[in-house]
Design a protein around this ligand. Sequence first.
Ligand SMILES: [Zn+2]
Length: 449
Amino acid sequence: MEARWRDIDFLLQRPGKLVSDGFEPGPEVCSAARSVCLVIGSSLSLQLREFLRDFKILVIGAGGLGCEMLKDLALSGFGNIDVIDMDTIDVSNLNRQFLFRMHDVGKPKAQVAAEKIMQRIKGVTVTPHYGRIEDKDIEFYREFQLIVLGLDSLEARSYINSIACSFLEYNEDGELDMSTIKPMVDGGTEGFKGHARVILPGFTPCFHCTLWLFPPQVTYPLCTLAETPRSPAHCIEYVHLIQWGQDREGESFNPDNPEHMTWMYEQALKRAEQFNISGVTYSLTQGVVKNIIPAIASTNAIVSAICSLEALKLATMCSKGLDNYMMYSGTQGVYTHTVSYEKDSSCMVCSPGVPVEVDGSITLQEFIDMLLLDARFKDKLSKPSVSFQGTNLYMQAPPVLEEMTRPNLQSSLLSLMGSKGVLNVNDRKLAGVLRVQVAFRNVATPMAV
Ligand SMILES: [Zn+2]
């Protein structure tokens, strides 16, 4: 037994009270993992080590959380990891993004992180992708069996969520095809607080189902800022939002320009003195203006460890998974709490679709026109393309597909679909797909024989 894998082997080769249904301890991939992952193909006696080595996992983000996640996943036996990040290394990252050194400043995070992991952990392949998540097409994401998110932005999470949910397929009765689930593990940290969640789109709540979990960005009423500031942040925001425009008219504020930031700090300090408020510092000014939340290395390490363990559980079924949201707080002592959030049955992103009832005689063209007028979708759609069970009914682009599918516009939707069912609507305004659950009225039912 290779020393490096000793603890992983303990987990995978021993029985336990918390293992998932169908888990069989041993050096081979158990039937439960085989059915969940649907990736083993015909090889029935695949060795676990090989299985984990070939398991395709994508880490999104190579920052504070991403560095930790890459290290944890590689040391847990995952041998085929991709990582995507659009950022380059900044000197301010070095205190916690431990894979980076001074001489790496300016280089792409994904590339340096991948090199460092491969140097330190033999036998692991990490493929870097330097760029925006939006620049990869949907087929790029399809090939991964699991997506792990180490992000700090809600927009990026929503985007990946839409992508993962767009792989879901539902039958005509709105039942989910379990083999189309693309599992996600999400980590997030904010100072001493963090969370980890397991998302099985279509099965557990997706991001969109629980958008309310994310607090709105802190804003202050302008009258408070102008007349009754009570905190250092109020003074800084006053200078940022009001005074800059008055004193430096026509000049746009650049948070990365040290002269601009120093001016802002000095003015905020003057204002604070005027109102007898203490606590305005240069770094607080930066924090308020750039909306920076201090990153704590230990929080990243804890959240990343939890996420990586969940990834291992999902891949091997060696233990029951997190159900489904864990929060961590290290503000006063160490506290964790797990809650099971519920799916929003009418979620636009992960549900079997928004129900739409149409007349049995409607043509595809009339149906598309109707979608564009429907208050529920009209701000989400501009030029919708429609597909049904993998067949393109009408595509707006490329021109060759448009021409091929154009005759369908005059056909009746019912004749194209055969019966009720779930249509996938794509539009360049949407990150993923919009599913519409179509039912027909005024359809003559065939006589029972
Ligand atoms: Zn949802």
